[in-house]
Design a protein around this ligand. Structure first.
Ligand code: NAD
Length: 493
């Protein structure tokens, strides 16, 4: 294991195929040789990127034990002390920004510009939570002079964090940043497809001076995740990933009477109403979808457009798809690979079935990328029927579905013709009309004439219906990772 980032930095800059170090378990107090290893592939080439530890149930138990032992002292520290360490961690992430960005790019496949944006957002999460936690005030409840009633925000204890492969650097930072700021000790399980930056965070947390056991990272897949969520000492679980796994996790955690936060993706819609400025909307819609080959839970994968604007919108969107370049993330393509061959097959299946369902391909990128990599050329579909699979299901690939409607009411109904409720956007220059539409959407975040700016660190984020419940990001996450404790004092006059 490299103790500084120098080995990693030069390997990444030299485009070495396999990274020079094996990534160990990181259990707060230090790293540990695992009992088992996992071959982590580079999605751009299909070749081995790194050998990564897979935590066995016994190793998960040890990590939870380390967190349990560390939690009381960490909770007792002043928010200013915890905040200082988190801000220091944010500064270390900035110090290593280029290495971490390249690592995230090799691990997930995304273009380098996006990798850099993700690391900048991750540093912000640590700094933001390290700052605002000091201002999270409790409450006092006026009951008259014969008593004092106050409400404090206290941590849950040990928090478990299950992170997916699409935005591991950002998702781990946002969730762990808020949990640690509130005084929880965290055990993080990144996805085995993309665990590397999260493991680096644990290393940087040690350098920042976090007490042993406060921040633990246990890579692995379903078996590791199961061991984490079934451990009685884990007091709260945050999960980001698929609906099926999320429900399984929430059911298991609820079975032992503990809360879960679920962020389960979406089928978010752009509603392009009469009066929309297409020259403003089209580049934002295309970019939100293409920035990580459609593997963004907020991707905005459906465009519901008024029929009078359909042709203009398709003309404006088509060049973004036809001209998209494919390649390894470090070569700055428009789109990188999807995360795995399994995911590529899944996406190709959606594309084939959409054509069979009668949707028309308006534009498609030329095949490209790198031999052995998991590349899927972006596709723009028109005439997507509201009863089709493509209109309802999350693809998690570079596929945009356009559907024309004839009124605002029809647009609203179409937007809700999906079981997801994560985000939505309304495009219309008439602000009254746009606001009325945005307010009527059953989603966790609704945007008007813009979409998901800069990672949205400050904006509470989460879904309704099948997109999950609970809120990450913003001040709302500090409430999520704490509970109210009421103190009552009876005063004898
Ligand atoms: P998944 O839900 O299976 O995996 C998400 C995380 O859960 C990973 O860390 C995984 O190791 C862990 N996990 C898996 N089984 C578990 C279990 N039984 N107990 C505890 N943890 C477990 O998702 P996936 O199979 O990697 O991807 C499938 C689909 O999920 C994608 O195609 C996409 O539609 C969706 N997805 C959504 C998001 C999102 O941000 N909402 C992210 C990734 C994937």
């Amino acid at each position: 294991m490299t103790t500084t980032f120098e080995g990693l930095r030069s390997a990444l800059e030299d485009h070495e195929t396999t990274l020079p170090e094996r990534f160990l378990l990181d259990m707060g107090a230090g790293t540990r040789e695992p009992e088992r290893w996992f071959a982590n592939l580079d999605p751009a080439t299909g070749e081995l990127l790194a050998e990564v530890a897979t935590a066995t149930p016994a190793e998960v138990s040890d990590a939870v034990g380390a967190a349990e032992a560390a939690a009381p002292a960490w909770a007792a520290a002043a928010p200013a002390q915890r905040g200082e360490l988190l801000r220091r961690l944010g500064a270390l992430v900035r110090r290593e920004a280029e290495t971490l960005a390249r690592l995230e790019v090799r691990d997930t496949g995304k273009p380098l510009a996006q990798g850099r944006a993700d690391i900048a957002a991750a540093a912000r999460y640590f700094e933001y939570y390290g700052s605002i936690v000091e201002g999270l005030l409790g409450d006092s409840i006026p009951l008259g002079s014969a008593s004092l009633a106050v409400v404090e925000n206290v941590p849950h204890g040990v928090t478990g964090h299950i992170v997916p492969w699409n935005y591991p650097a950002q998702i781990a930072a946002r969730s762990v940043g808020a949990a640690l700021a509130m005084g929880n000790a965290a055990v993080v399980k990144p996805a085995d497809e993309a665990p590397l930056v999260t493991l680096c965070y644990a290393r940087l947390a040690r350098e920042a001076g976090f007490p042993a056991g406060v921040f633990n990272v246990i890579p692995g897949g379903a078996e590791t995740g199961t061991a984490l969520i079934t451990d009685d000492r884990v007091d709260h679980v945050s999960f980001t990933g698929s609906v099926a796994t999320g429900r399984l996790v929430a059911g298991t955690v609820a079975g032992r009477g503990r809360p879960t936060l679920l962020e389960l993706g979406g089928k978010s819609a752009h509603l392009v109403l009469e009066g929309a400025d297409i020259s403003r909307a089209a580049p934002v819609i295309a970019r939100a979808l293409l920035l990580h080959a459609g593997q963004t839970c907020t991707a905005g994968t459906r465009v519901i457009v008024h029929e009078s604007l359909r042709a203009e919108l398709l003309d404006a969107l088509a060049p973004h798809f036809a001209g998209a370049t494919l390649g390894p993330g470090l070569t700055e393509p428009t789109v990188g690979p999807v995360v795995s061959e399994r995911q590529a097959e899944r996406v190709r299946g959606f594309i084939d079935r959409a054509q069979a369902d009668g949707a028309a391909i308006v534009a498609q990128a030329e095949p490209g990328g790198h031999a052995g990599g998991f590349f899927v050329p972006p596709v723009l579909f028109d005439a997507v029927s509201q009863s089709s699979e493509l209109f309802a299901e999350e693809v998690f690939g570079p596929v945009l579905a356009v559907t024309a409607v004839s009124s605002d009411e029809e647009a609203r109904e179409a937007a809700h013709n999906s079981r997801y409720g994560l985000t939505g956007a309304v495009w219309c220059q008439d602000v009254d009309r746009a606001l009325a539409m945005a307010r009527s959407l059953d989603v966790g975040q609704a945007y008007i004439n813009g979409y998901a700016p800069g990672g949205g660190v400050e904006l509470p984020f989460g879904g309704t219906r099948d997109s999950g419940y609970g809120r990450e990001k913003g001040v709302a996450a500090l409430r999520e990772y704490s509970q109210a404790r009421t103190l009552f004092v009876d005063i004898r006059g």
